[in-house]
Write a protein that binds this ligand. Structure first.
Ligand code: 1PR
Length: 533
């Protein structure tokens, strides 16, 4: 059977396409407003801000056909922002009208002790029997959003599920054949694929109720977001020109003169997905400057990986303006768009973020032209990660530097009791005069949605995460932070989750060298009472 996809050109719907194909269906695209009315099954994966999505729907003449399809109760599934467009409007873009099928306004999560955006795996509390949730067994599903549909009386008949994040919000709606999810079924592993399959197999001729599952009898407690465990693959070409996953010790990836080769990127990513990784991150650590953009090796790695990996994929390295070896120039938005189209869910910006913040600190003004701002406007803040590569600089007293210091329990070589974290560029090769706190605070202001917090001193040491750095950065921002560098055993993950408020923890070496499996990490973390998927 054919499934019709409403992809209005924002780009990163490859994972939805791949999930549909994986389930044995073929995909057609909406190319004209009529297709919206004639499609047998229509899936609408919303990408970007509420206003941007509505503008694009309006420009393409899709608003009225969509409203008609929904009112005629033809099979429809909206994902993420598409759920929000069913409402009358959104705080995200005041004054822009939504499809107005469901009464009410979409709201932003307030800045509380919880990170915003909500990024990660949370549960759902089912509100009515539904064929869509046949076989669903209470697994956590993947959410990534700053705005949400509120729980309010006039929209109650639509609720399929609610989720808790600070307070309860609407995580899925359904009325007749029309449904929409705030979570991403295509990024929610096996559980998400089953839900998607239920939509695709849903047969209108079946008597309503015949296939309905029942809401579990037992009381459904509050849902909880899980701490994420992320596998990271640093990728580069070795001296033979092969694309390999490598791993550095404090960023030095050579051993006896050779680039360490720890495996093939696509295969390793698939293995980590199967072993239960909540996310997979690729860092292209050389930038592949000699390649034309269209042949960038990481595009193919993403395309192949996203065929089989149904959890979020992040790509970093080389996200900036550049002119390729064929002399063609690209903006950072062009570069990011190519990666999103190839299957990335998030891009991560390293060096370019440092330069942007240096400029901002001089002028105090947003230019609107930085890679962070441009990509965030089009793809949403949650798609923009800042990769920080800091290194400790020790001082005897806070007054010895203008930077944000901490008092440390690991004194410096001359007994210094304070340090600050210096940001670096070019894979740690060059230190700059800004600290990690300055970097992340300005990036958050410019529209970044998450921080990937590495630590050069800890990278590859197996000695545990730098808890002092993580606390300092977590206290400085309200966007989620991924702790990275130094994991050497499962207990280190327990330490980072129990002693800091980090949202996720990432490791590379221990997984690549088969010292510890993702499952062992998760079991240990869960046994210590920390919420995990
Ligand atoms: O500056 O935007 O082109 O991005 C370059 C990206 O590549 C940055 O995200 C930077 O962190 C990364 N990178 C550059 N050089 C290296 C290197 O190792 N020589 N890798 C590098 C950074 C660090 C971590 C690593 C953790 C966990 N890798 O991501 O995976 O430290 O390791 P561990 O668990 O083994 O300790 P741009």
């Amino acid at each position: 059977m054919n499934v019709t996809l409403l992809d209005y050109g924002a780009g990163n719907v490859r994972s939805v396409r791949n999930a549909i194909k994986k389930l044995g269906f073929s995909v057609e695209d909406v190319v004209s407003p009529e297709d919206i009315l004639t499609a047998e099954k229509l899936i609408f994966p919303g990408v970007g801000s509420f206003g941007l999505v509505m503008d694009r729907l309006r420009a393409a003449g899709y608003v009225e056909p969509l409203r008609r399809r929904i009112l005629e109760d033809k099979p429809f599934l909206g994902i993420c922002v598409a759920l929000q467009t069913l409402y009358e409007g959104s705080e995200e873009t005041p004054g822009v009208k939504g499809l107005g099928v469901i009464p009410g306004q979409v709201k932003r999560f307030p800045a509380t002790s919880l990170s915003v955006p909500q990024i990660g795996w949370n549960g759902i509390r089912q509100q009515k029997a539904s064929r869509l949730l046949n076989g669903y067994d209470g697994e956590k599903l993947y959410f990534v959003h700053s705005y949400h549909a509120p729980v309010e009386q006039p929209s109650r008949e639509w609720y399929l599920s609610l989720t808790d994040y600070g307070y309860e919000f609407v995580s899925a709606v359904e009325r007749g054949n029309v449904s929409a999810f705030q979570f991403h079924p295509e990024k929610s592993g096996g559980a998400g694929l089953r839900i998607l399959e239920n939509f695709l197999n849903q047969n209108e001729t079946i008597e309503a109720g015949a296939l309905h599952n029942q809401i579990q009898e037992q009381e459904q407690g509050k849902t909880k977001i899980a701490k994420r465990i992320i596998a990271c693959l640093d990728v580069r070409s070795n001296d033979n020109g092969d694309l390999v996953v490598t791993k550095g010790d404090q960023y030095d990836v050579r051993s006896e003169g050779e680039v360490r080769n720890l495996g093939k990127p696509v295969q390793l990513a698939k293995r980590y997905y199967q072993e239960g990784a909540d996310e997979v991150t690729f860092l292209n650590i050389t930038g592949f400057r000699d390649f034309p953009m269209k042949d960038q090796p990481m595009l193919e790695v993403l395309e192949k990986t996203s065929e089989n990996v149904f959890v979020p994929l992040t790509i970093g390295g080389g996200i900036r303006e550049f002119t390729d070896s064929e002399g063609i120039s690209y903006t950072s938005l062009d570069v990011a768009s190519a990666y999103f189209r190839a299957g990335a869910d998030k891009i991560s910006i390293g060096s370019d973020a440092v330069y942007t913040v240096e400029d901002f600190l001089q002028t105090g003004k947003k230019t609107g032209t930085s890679s962070i701002e441009q990509i965030s406007i089009v793809y949403g803040a949650q798609a923009v990660v800042i990769s920080v590569d800091p290194r400790r600089v020790y001082v005897h007293a806070p007054e010895d530097t203008e930077h944000n210091t901490i008092k440390t329990t690991s004194p410096g070589p001359d007994g210094q009791l304070y340090c600050w974290y210096q940001c670096t560029v070019k894979g740690g090769r060059e230190g700059r005069d800004i600290d990690a706190v300055q970097l992340v605070q300005v990036c958050e202001k410019l529209g970044a949605g998450e921080v990937l917090l590495n630590c050069i001193d800890k990278d590859g040491t197996n000695s545990g995460f730098d808890l002092e750095l993580i606390k300092q950065v977590k206290d400085a921002v309200s966007i989620p932070v991924i702790a990275s560098s130094g994991a050497g055993n499962p207990a280190h993950f327990v330490d980072v989750f129990s002693q800091t408020t980090t949202d996720a923890a990432l490791a590379a070496g221990i997984f690549h060298r088969n010292e510890v499996t993702i499952e062992e990490v998760k079991t240990t973390v869960q046994r210590s009472g920390i919420e995990i998927r």
